[in-house]
Structure formats: C-alpha cells, structure tokens
Design a protein. Structure first.
Length: 433
C-alpha cells in the first residue's frame, strides 16, 4: 500500500479511510492495553492509537519495544478525535518497525552547547524543521523575483586568489604550494558576467574568518548577490527594497502558520513595502551622538549602533553614503563628495542588523587602479589583473549588492541567534558536526 504524508492523512477527506503513514516516533505513552504513539514525518505529526486487540502480536510487541525516534510504519483508519493534536487520530491495524532507535540522547532542557554538539540529531526538532522550511520558501521567492526581473543565475568559484572585502577576514589555504583563499563574496566574479548577461545573480557560500563571537556572524554563510549593467546607485537601492518586500509579502501571505510558530506576526511582514526609509551616514552618526553613543565621522557601526539605529523600527532602513575609508575598494566615489561612496547598507528592524551591503561599482580603469593603490596595504595588481581587465574591454556603469540569507531568515523569523538560520553553523569556536 502506498504511503501518504501525515498532512494529507489529517485532511477531513481521509476520515474513515484506511491510510498508511511512516515516520519517526515523536512521543509515546502507554494506557493499559493501548499505546498512544505520536508519529512525525516531514509534513507534521499525527497520533496513532495502537490497541493490543487491533494489531497482530508481532506489531503489538514491536510497538511496545520501539523507543522515541524509532522509524516506523503504521496502517490504519483515520478517526476524528478532538483530544488528538490536529483533531485526527490513526487507529492502527498494522504496526511495523523499520529501525529500533537506541535511547535518543536529546531529552528536555538540554544546554545550547549540547544541542549544537548533536546538531545532526537536533535538526529533526520542530524548530529547526520549521526554520529550514521557511528558509527554503524565502530562497524560492528570491529566485522568483530575480527571474521576473530578467536575471540569470550563475555560479562563482569558491577558491580564489583575490580577496573582495579586505584581508582581515580571509580564510587562507594551501593550493598545491600556492596561497589561495575561500571566497568572501562572489561579487568580483559576478562583475565579469555583466558584459555577457547584463543582469546576473548568484547564491553561494561566502566565508569570513570572523574573530568575533556575536549573534550575527557566521564563518560560512550563504550569500545572495546580484550585479546589473547600467544600474546606478538609485536603481540598485530600489531593486533591493522591491526584492525584500516581494519576499516578505510572499511569506506573510503564503505561510502565516510558519511565522506564528516563531512568534512573528505575519502583519509585521505585510507591512514591509517600498519605499524604505533612508538615512545618510552623516545623519546616522549625528543620531547616535545625540543618543550619547561615542561615534565620530569615519567610524563603522557595531552591534550597539545598529541596535540604537533600528531597535525601535518596524521596517528596514537604508544607510547611504558611507565614508570611503570604511568601505571596499571597488565602490564608486560620490562625485559630490569624494570622501564618500555611492553605497547602501540595508539594516533590518528590531536590531537584527545589516542584511544587505551594496554599491555602485568603479567602472573606469584609472579610478579603479588609483583606489587599489590607496588601500592599506595596497592591493597587489597581479592578483586582481583579471578584475582590472574588465575595465579595459567594454566596461559599463554597474551596481550590485549582497544579502546574507541567514541574516534575512534571522530577521523574518525573529530568531535570537544566526546559527539557527543554518542547519550546520560554522562559528569561531565550532565547525562540528
Ligand atoms: O557587506 P558585505 O561584506 O558585502 C559584500 O561582501 C559585497 N561584496 C556584496 C556585494 O555587493 N555583492 O556582505 C554582504 C552581506 C551582509 O550585508 C550580511 O548580510 C552578510 O553578507 N554577511 C554575513 N552574514 C553572516 N555572517 C557573516 N560573517 C557575514 N558577513 C557578511
Ligand atoms: Mg557590509
């Protein structure tokens, strides 16, 4: 007999029908000659009532022996039952065990560190299962948005010779006797695609040897990046707010239950609509100073500043016009003030922090070479020769940005820590399991 998913077995149309489901024992309790076994599969949980006189002797014995997290198969009749979770129960006629689980190491009230040690088992928790579902939906909607805007998805290399976001967070590796790095961003490569495809995006891992232990930093994260020919800073910013709003609307309308599971009111995401507020960097500094936070023009923002800037907000906000000295070498200088660059950071509300970094790019050869020399230490032209080449053969103005998927998921699900937005988090003190 064909197996169906639990979500399907719990539909009113299945009441009184015989179905077969399979999954893992989520909870179990005995009541005399009866066992209540809550079964979990990818779609949900369903209570199965196993009665000694309704299943064969073997089935009854196995049901009794099987511990939590054993994988089992149950055939039976769907009954309406107000006391069962979800309002339906499966009255078992047949009970089979695929694998008898050993005593499951995770029980109630375990420490965060322990749960991280057994992440491969904790993945089946309702919380992480729901995060992964929400993340998958988000990724689909981002891709949908790019497609509707005429973008091509391409793939960048992960092993590179050239850093993108400064030397301090590069993971170095020995590439057959030569120095190479794990990529910090696919951006530089993405810029090579615009003279072929004009509009391209990637969704790939980026690596940062972040020495910081914060709730917003991973050492390996998934980076959604786009690059578009002929886009200026303004088009770039508009694209970002349209994209973020599109995904928020889709999730709020399509998956309110998932959001509610995390205590996120779907109305919060329904309120995410363009245009977003913008704050010039200079005004952001003034705002922080007024709040008594010690900041000077030229400082970058840390967690405390992001909290002060967005803790009270319900919608994301763009910070624009950062000083060139705290931003990457490839950003276009502001013609009105060459100490600043044409860029934006999009900060999520409620203190969740920066989710996007974007800018117009330097597309003229001399300006790029000059800015590379100005870096401290200066960038080695040899490593960037190919990137500089892009300015020699048919260069055009262009802009782009990168969004950290885990930062985005952390915000929309209102998670306390970024590590729960990724199945196997890598942070400064952990790359296991
Ligand atoms: O602001 P960043 O460093 O910008 C870039 O890498 C550009 N090259 C992107 C581009 O223009 N194509 O990183 C972009 C985003 C950040 O806004 C943040 O969401 C995320 O990547 N991010 C991290 N996420 C998790 N852990 C980290 N350590 C992160 N560092 C950056
Ligand atoms: Mg940034």
């Amino acid at each position: 007999m064909a197996f169906i998913q639990i979500s399907e077995a719990m539909q009113p149309a299945k009441e009184g029908k015989e179905v077969s489901i399979r999954g893992w024992i989520h909870r179990k309790r005995t009541a005399g000659k009866m066992l209540f076994i809550v079964l979990r599969d990818a779609s949900g949980v369903m209570q199965c009532a196993v009665k000694q006189d309704k299943v064969d002797a073997n089935g009854w014995e196995n049901a009794g022996k099987a511990l939590i997290e054993s994988s089992v198969e149950v055939k039976g009749i769907v009954k309406k039952d107000e006391r069962a979770p979800g309002g339906y129960e499966l009255e078992a006629a047949k009970f089979g065990v695929t694998n008898f689980s050993e005593i499951f190491p995770i029980s109630k009230d375990q420490s965060t560190e322990f749960l991280l040690d057994v992440r491969h088992l904790w993945l089946r928790s309702q919380k992480l299962t729901n995060v992964m579902k929400a993340r998958d939906f988000a990724q689909r909607y981002f891709r949908d948005f790019f497609q509707t805007q005429g973008f091509w998805e391409v793939t960048p290399p992960i092993i590179t010779k050239s850093g993108c976001e400064g030397g301090s967070t590069l993971f170095e590796l020995d590439y057959f006797g030569e120095k190479a790095y794990l990529t910090q961003s696919g951006q530089l490569y993405l810029e090579a695609f615009i003279t072929a495809l004009e509009k391209a995006y990637i969704f790939a891992p980026s690596f940062r040897a972040e020495p910081s232990r914060t709730v917003k930093h991973l050492t390996e994260y998934w980076h959604l990046e786009m690059e578009a020919a002929y886009y200026g800073n303004e088009e770039n910013i508009k694209f970002q707010e349209e994209m973020v709003s599109y995904v928020c609307q889709k999730i709020a309308k399509g998956h309110p239950g998932l959001l509610q599971f995390f205590g996120r009111d779907p109305a919060d995401l329904l309120a995410i609509k363009p245009p977003f507020d913008r704050l010039d960097y200079d005004d952001a500094i003034a705002f922080l100073q007024k709040k008594g936070i010690k900041k000077e023009w030229g400082d970058d923002f840390g967690a405390e500043d992001e909290q002060a800037l967005t803790g009270h907000l319900k919608r994301p906000i763009f910070i624009t016009g950062y000083p060139k000295k705290i931003k990457a070498f490839y950003m276009k200088l502001d013609p009105k003030n060459p100490e600043k660059v044409l860029c934006d950071d999009l900060l999520a509300p409620e203190g969740h922090g920066e989710i996007i970094g974007g800018s117009e790019r330097i597309w003229e050869l001399d300006e790029l070479l000059r800015r590379m020399k100005e870096q401290d230490p200066p960038l080695d032209e040899k490593d960037y020769k190919w990137y500089v080449d892009l300015r020699r053969y048919g260069s055009v103005p262009h802009s782009g940005f990168g969004l950290g998927m885990e930062r985005f998921v952390k915000w929309i699900l209102n998670l306390d820590h970024i590590r729960d937005a990724i199945p196997f988090p890598r942070v400064i003190n952990r790359c296991y399991p």
